[in-house]
Write a protein that binds this ligand. Structure first.
Ligand SMILES: Nc1ncnc2c1ncn2[C@@H]1O[C@H](COP(=O)(O)OP(=O)(O)O)[C@@H](O)[C@H]1O
Ligand code: SF4
Ligand SMILES: [Mg+2]
Length: 393
């Protein structure tokens, strides 16, 4: 690591990426208290526990992981809706980690959020025009006619009839409501938009429309996106790079294509096994990797690798010691492809990896025999267990 943020930029030195926002070792803990009269601090929810990430200007980074792994908290902390417990946040070259008052307000204008649920995120008692113009009012942008014209233009920008401004949220469909949420987010000409599961609550038929809208707006306004999703099915096409999170940490980060073609973390592979592949021949042979055990509590995360209580590879390798004893650091396995697993080398070429990527072939026994010669010497050919998933051999 030559500079604090280099590892996650990913594009290589020649591309000279310009980060719009960078976080370094970001931590966001929420206190747990107990007691009736006096609240005693008895612990913390480690919602985000050491995340480093940079999003370049005009780029879309997808942030993916199961519910509760800390995605929304990363998004909210990035926008400084929370004051981080530790770490640094740099926005367009300015350290905003502890910014307050007018400095924070000025920065907040340039960063907006789109929420998951367009039903609950819009005030039911306000008209669409009122909702969209609220940020303009808060920041004192324009007055009267000028503001009304701006709202009409914003409605048109998100593909809605400008005359719909006097309607109330309940008069719109889910997709239209999300468009109103997008128009509101655009009102102040932001640079960065955190889209927190923006299509999860929408019908599948509408999802593509909203994705297309976000892509078009990105091109038109040069927007930078953090696009949050709970699975890997929706982020593939919209993301330039994808970060996979597990229990408050990034476990894998790579260019979008790289992640789908060569996932290297056992957790990413499990997530990918749930994503359908369009080729019915390939799809018919696939089996989902079911992760055993519950998601551990973020207030008391497992020792060593946080994923060790549910990891199929660890089991395969006969439970090597480092999984429990040492926290795996993010390592660059290929240019711009970062993985936090002690045994990521063993993942490459396994039947599981081959199957989730829809590739043919694969290296028989790869990762299993090799582990015998690896750091732990924990597995040997005699202990190879049958592959988890049928159909690829
Ligand atoms: N404001 C809060 N106060 C206390 N705990 C919170 C708060 N927000 C989130 N959490 C906890 O932090 C963890 C991560 O939550 P969140 O960021 O919402 O995850 P995700 O968006 O991935 O579902 C969860 O255990 C959640 O209960
Ligand atoms: S370090 Fe061990 S437990 Fe963690 S993902 Fe890798 S193999 Fe699994
Ligand atoms: Mg969330």
């Amino acid at each position: 690591m030559t500079a604090p943020f280099d590892p996650q930029l990913g594009a290589g030195p020649s591309a000279a990426p310009q980060p719009l926002i960078q976080v370094e070792d970001l931590k966001m803990y929420f206190p747990i208290t107990s007691g009736v009269l006096i609240n005693r601090h008895v612990g913390d929810v480690h919602a985000v526990d050491g995340v480093s990430l940079a999003i370049n200007k005009g780029e879309t980074v997808g942030l993916v992981g199961e519910s509760g792994c800390g995605k929304s908290t990363v998004g909210r902390t990035l926008l400084r809706l929370y004051r981080p417990t530790a770490g640094r946040i740099i926005f367009d070259g300015q350290d905003i980690t502890l910014a307050e008052g007018s400095t924070l307000r000025a920065v907040r204008r340039r960063m907006q959020m789109i929420f998951q649920d367009p039903y609950s995120s819009l005030n039911p008692r306000m008209t669409a025009a009122g909702i969209i113009s609220e940020p303009l009012e808060i920041h004192g942008v324009g007055v009267g006619r000028e503001r009304r014209e701006r709202v009409r233009a914003l409605l048109a920008t998100v593909g809605m009839d400008p005359d719909y401004g006097d309607r109330y949220p309940h008069e719109f469909s889910g997709g239209q409501r999300q468009r109103i949420g997008v128009a509101r987010a655009l009102a102040l000409h932001p640079d960065l938009i955190v889209a927190d599961e923006p299509i999860s609550a929408l019908d599948v038929s509408i999802q593509a429309q909203v994705i297309n809208l976000l892509e078009r707006l990105q091109g038109e306004f040069g927007l930078t996106y953090l696009f949050i999703a709970h699975d890997l099915s929706v982020v593939r096409h919209i993301s330039d790079r994808i970060a996979v999170m597990y229990l408050g940490k990034i476990v894998e980060m790579a260019g979008s294509r790289d992640l789908y073609e060569r996932p290297l973390h056992p957790y990413s592979i499990a997530l990918l096994s749930a994503v359908p592949i369009p080729d019915p021949k390939v799809e018919g042979r696939r089996r989902r990797i079911i992760l055993t055990g519950d998601v551990p509590s973020p207030s008391n995360p497992p020792s060593g690798c946080r994923f060790h209580t549910r990891c199929w590879l660890r089991e395969r390798l006969s439970n090597p010691e480092p999984c429990v004893a040492e926290e795996p650091a993010l390592r660059e396995m290929a240019t711009g492809h970062w993985v936090a697993c002690h045994f990521a080398e063993e993942v490459d070429g396994t039947a599981e990896q081959v199957q989730v990527t829809g590739r043919r072939g694969g290296v028989a026994g790869k990762g299993l025999a090799a582990a015998g010669a690896g750091a732990t010497g924990a597995a040997d050919a005699g202990r190879i267990q049958p592959v988890l998933i049928d159909g690829v051999s």
